[in-house]
Design a protein. Structure first.
Length: 559
């Protein structure tokens, strides 16, 4: 089992050769030559500020709906009520060829049914005019599928690549040039006006979709800057007369109080990411920061990481983690937490919150999932991991032809329709009477919707960063933005902001094996005294090479 906690919303900044103050310096071997062989690229960086001329011209959508709650950027704005009157944002069907579109997206939990068995896919495809057939892959092992696919040079027409997976893919920038269309001429400047939903995306999101100096993908703008939160079953705490912890000592005290193996209840799933955050372990570019003299330093080398490792190892040793989590990478942490209450605290992506509350409150009316505000275990202000980079990117298969590229962009444009449109309601809630019920506060999903709708169309597009509304969880938007607007004050600063970094392949290849070694330490299979040796191995197997690259990237960009 890997740690799966190696930093904030992952670095999706990959490129060969340092650019920005001059011509690109390309490093590495022939394109994709090493995709399935021993990695050889020494990495590079790209200064995104140098490519303003390839970006789409931003244009707000007319007639936007005023938000009910304002987010402190990069926190999105929130909507607590659903529009009474919906508009048709797109008057013509985007699909014109009738030829089936192949697409791949991730899902967490049971995969939704395919097109032949899904009333949801059939309904949306009818509106698109051209059917989209999805291959759904397990989000927990998505990088493995991407690496295999890239090695075989076999990709679908639309491919969702989550940002956090990009650092796991060797020579990603080279793969882009071989496998995917250059979208620059279709979208730069006023050309994007053909796709008004895409034109409304933040310019910063488009900037992060530049690789090799060209616009390579459609970004999915983030709807929140935080990769992780610690959630608690507040209903279970309330039933025990316990309060939400505000310090590490309180958290561990409550954890011991709620853990009761005889009742099949444990405090935690895998919360190592949160324990690191509480100790102010760095997370920029997957775990880097600068020392006082400007030297890049990785988290493994810091005393904060060592402290977090010791705390988490004791949590495991004390039996506070659910045994299914300890034993397997495949345990369903969401079900253990939200459905059965077998865990009382869960580390999850912030997007987990609303869906879990909505789905499981139908069976358990007392269910109350709440985030635990982030605190510092070492004094002073907390440090919160996060950034404002896109959640994912959608790439278009190379060689499909100009007309097909434009059709695929029209489909993505449809899928990016905003709140208040008929298109967005169908995308998010399915068919009225079949997937949701209309209420005075907006549509409420039923069981079929939870089964069939897994953000398939959202993950091949994106939309402007907004939250809500959610009639089935009326307090959610206010609770989320209250939490987010407070936590964003402590967002970690990234010294490499604006640089897209392609880490050396040796460094990438060694990332998971190193995480596995630390997992062995956490689980008691290796002693804490092995940590120094693990760090030395990490330095020798790409760590020092990465440090040099990061230092040079800052120097050449004049940062």
């Amino acid at each position: 089992m890997t740690l799966q906690n190696s930093g904030a919303r992952p670095s999706r900044r990959n490129f060969l050769g340092l650019v920005g103050l001059g011509a690109a310096t390309v490093v590495g071997g022939p394109v994709l030559a090493g995709c399935s062989e021993k990695p050889t690229s020494s990495g590079g960086a790209e200064n995104l500020d140098a490519f303003a001329d390839v970006l789409p011209t931003h244009k707000d959508l007319a007639g936007g709906i005023k938000p009910d709650i304002m987010g402190v950027r990069p926190v999105p704005d929130g909507y607590t009520s659903y529009p009474a009157d919906l508009v048709d944002a797109i008057t013509e069907k985007p699909g014109t060829s009738g030829k089936q579109v192949t697409a791949m997206t991730p899902a967490w939990g049971p995969a939704p049914p395919g097109i032949a068995q899904s009333a949801y896919l059939q309904a949306v495809n009818a509106e698109l005019g051209t059917p989209v057939s999805f291959t759904i892959q397990d989000g927990n092992t998505y990088a493995d599928k991407l690496n295999a696919m890239f090695g075989a040079r076999d990709v679908p027409e639309l491919l969702c690549v989550p940002g956090w997976e990009i650092p796991k893919i060797p020579r990603f920038a080279e793969a882009i040039g071989v496998l995917f269309e250059d979208l620059t001429d279709h979208l730069k400047g006023d050309a994007v006006n053909a796709y008004p939903m895409l034109a409304s995306f933040p310019t910063g999101a488009w900037r992060n979709a530049v690789w090799n100096g060209r616009l390579a993908a459609v970004p999915n703008p983030t709807d929140g800057p935080f990769p992780w939160a610690l959630f608690t079953r507040k209903d279970l705490l309330d039933a025990r007369g316990l309060t939400v912890p505000t310090s590490l000592d309180e958290l561990l005290t409550v954890a011991r109080q709620v853990t009761d193996p005889a009742r099949k209840v444990w405090a935690f799933d895998d919360v190592f990411a949160m324990i690191q955050m509480y100790h102010k372990v760095p997370a920029a570019k997957q775990g880097w920061r600068l020392t006082s003299d400007g030297t890049p330093e990785f988290k493994y080398e810091t005393p904060e990481f060592r402290q977090a490792l010791e705390v988490m190892a004791k949590i495991y040793k004390d039996g506070l983690v659910h045994p299914d989590i300890v034993a397997s990478d495949g345990a369903d942490a969401a079900q253990l937490f939200a459905k059965s209450g077998a865990t009382v605290f869960s580390r999850a992506g912030v997007g987990f919150w609303q869906g879990a509350q909505a789905e499981h409150q139908k069976v358990n009316a007392k269910l109350n999932i709440q985030p635990v505000p982030i605190f510092s275990a070492t004094g002073g202000d907390p440090l919160v991991w996060g950034d404002d980079e896109p959640t994912s990117f959608t790439f278009v298969k190379k060689g499909v032809g100009k007309d097909r590229v434009q059709e695929l962009l029209r489909i993505m444009n449809w899928c990016s329709a905003p709140l208040g449109s008929q298109e967005a309601q169908l995308r998010d809630y399915g068919v009225e009477g079949k997937h949701h019920t209309r209420t005075p506060n907006g549509p409420v999903k039923n069981d079929l919707a939870f089964k069939e709708i897994q953000n398939q169309y959202y993950f091949i597009s994106g939309r402007n960063p907004t939250i809500g509304p959610y009639p089935d969880t009326p307090n959610y938007v206010r609770d989320l933005l209250t939490y987010s607007n407070e936590m964003v004050k402590y967002l970690e600063k990234d010294p490499w902001d604006g640089l897209k970094i392609e880490m050396p392949d040796a460094y990438k290849a060694n990332a998971v094996p190193t995480e596995d070694k630390f997992t062995d330490v956490l689980r008691g299979r290796r002693p804490l005294s092995d940590v120094d040796a693990i760090v030395r191995e990490w330095k020798a197997n790409g760590g020092e090479e990465a440090r040099k690259l990061l230092a040079e990237a800052l120097s050449k960009a004049g940062k």
